[in-house]
Design a protein around this ligand. Sequence first.
Ligand code: NAP
Length: 249
Amino acid sequence: MSEEIVLVTGGSRGIGAATARLAGARGYRVCVNYRTDAAAAAEVVESIRSSGGTAFAVQADVSRAAEVERLFRAVDQEYGPLTALVNNAGTLEQQSRLEDLDEDRLARIWAANITGPFLCAAAAVRRMSTRHGGRGGAIVNVSSRAARLGGPNEYVDYAASKGALDTMTTGLALEVAAEGIRVNSVRPGLIHTGIHALGGEPGRVDRVGPQLPMGRGGRPEEVAESILFLLSASSSYTTGAFIDLAGGR
Ligand code: NAP
């Protein structure tokens, strides 16, 4: 039985699903977290199991502290304390200018994209840190190139939330560097997933992809490869680092 145990938040679809599948294929025991789409999560678990891997799914909204505690306790009970966390769950809303954003929308974006990764990172550190008797581990935060590009006319709120996540990557990496935990980030650009439909433009990657330096959008599997690299011993001296996956943008 593998020693490596990974929790992938938002593992039911898109980048999270590709990451969960690749982790399963690399021998990790995988917890696939999802918020609403139980069928999609079950499909990811089934595909990992049918390839000989080990996985289970847990429903939890990562922006709620009580649900995060329930999620991590489920992993403890099923596999034992985790060794890897992928803070992947995230969301965006209808494309809009900043002057049209209201308080409720801002609260939803901060909750999903900032509070969620903070709560999950805290729960992971309490289990991984040598300071708490843990055996160390690795955390990968899924940010976005938007954190640097700003998301003008589409979602400055989303971009700013990823900027906050980048600051967390830097700060937490330094905070736990001597406690056996590495904290790194990937910043995808335009990736073919369902998230763009939430912004009101499901075909966004097809529209913008040809204008990128590499002339195309990315695939979730290409992001998953970098996430697995940052989780693995192949990056054992890397912490507080960012890998941009944006086709040159
Ligand atoms: P996606 O296809 O929309 O999938 C999002 C996943 O997150 C789903 O599994 C969803 O679960 C889950 N989720 C959302 N809010 C959640 C919450 N509060 N608690 C638990 N799970 C939650 O999105 P994606 O494109 O793969 O995006 C994954 C990450 O990559 C996000 O952080 C996103 O910001 C980032 N990213 C994506 C792109 C891109 O172009 N696709 C670019 C840069 C960064 P349910 O389906 O069950 O609701």
